[in-house]
Design a protein around this ligand. Structure first.
Ligand SMILES: [Zn+2]
Ligand SMILES: [Zn+2]
Length: 261
């Protein structure tokens, strides 16, 4: 029973808010359906008509799956056991979740997003990552915050956007986990893509700084592709130094080392 007029009016306000949220969601869904009918889009991969997501369901379902993988680094490992490399030298991230292998045709989608500026592709790529997160077995520890992988300032100015932030927004919406822009990348280094795998760790060491305190929080760094894991590990070092209790990595795709495919 409400004890006071104040409590009664708070309850009424909460009821109004939730009814308002339902109406707002219904209106947004209707607007999307009308827009999809008025401006039909074509699947980026097969060209068939599809909804506003830019990737039809069959193409989404055919993206290259990740075989059973090491839970620390997401590289293929029999029985999904922790791999020898992670046993010898545990990475800073406690767990890595990769939705797919970085292979055709997913590589084309990521490149079209990053270099072709097809920003809308962040939606199906974010959906793919969110689906993998939501498929995680019951009991999997759920991060409290999502931290998008930052781009160095100059690179973001040149590109005009950061694909990791665009993907992280979608994942945050789908999983109801808030985003925290907790990392900065003040130092411009050589692009990782131009370096040998062995040089990448040295190139990103000390490249990140934490921009806010995240004491005792369990966070997930979100990025589009994990190649060697060196960049995400360097970012995890900065977050752990800022007090994070645990850092996981969530990536749309895991690149496999040369010659392993
Ligand atoms: Zn398609
Ligand atoms: Zn491993």
């Amino acid at each position: 029973m409400p004890r006071s007029l104040n409590e009664l009016s708070n309850r009424a306000a909460r009821g109004f808010d939730s009814r308002f949220a339902v109406v707002r969601r219904a209106l947004a869904a209707t607007a999307r359906a009308v827009a999809a009918r008025a401006f039909p889009t074509c699947c980026t991969l097969c060209g068939d008509a599809c909804d506003e997501a830019l990737l039809c369901a069959p193409c989404m379902n055919a993206l290259p799956p990740l075989p059973p993988a090491c839970p620390r680094c997401a590289l293929p490992s029999p029985g999904a056991a922790v791999c020898g490399a992670c046993l010898r030298r545990p990475p800073r991230v406690a767990a890595t979740l990769a939705a797919h292998v970085y292979a055709f045709p997913l590589d084309r989608l990521v490149q079209a997003l990053k270099y072709g500026r097809r920003l809308a592709l962040a939606v199906p790529l974010g959906d793919a990552l969110a689906a993998a997160v939501l498929r995680a077995p019951a009991g999997t520890r759920r991060p409290e915050l999502i931290v998008p992988m930052p781009l160095a300032g100059a690179r973001q100015r040149e590109r005009g956007f950061n694909q990791a932030i665009e993907i992280a927004r979608v994942v945050g919406r789908r999983t109801c986990i808030p985003l925290a822009h907790a990392l900065a990348r003040p130092v411009e280094r050589a692009a990782q893509a131009g370096l040998r795998w062995s040089e990448r760790r040295r190139n990103v060491r000390g490249a990140f700084s934490a921009t806010r305190e995240i004491a005792s929080r369990h966070v997930a760094i979100v990025d589009d592709v994990m190649t060697t894991g060196a960049t995400i590990d360097a970012a995890a070092v900065a977050l752990l130094a800022a007090g994070a209790a645990r850092v996981d990595a969530w990536v749309v795709a895991r690149a496999l080392p040369p010659g392993s495919r």
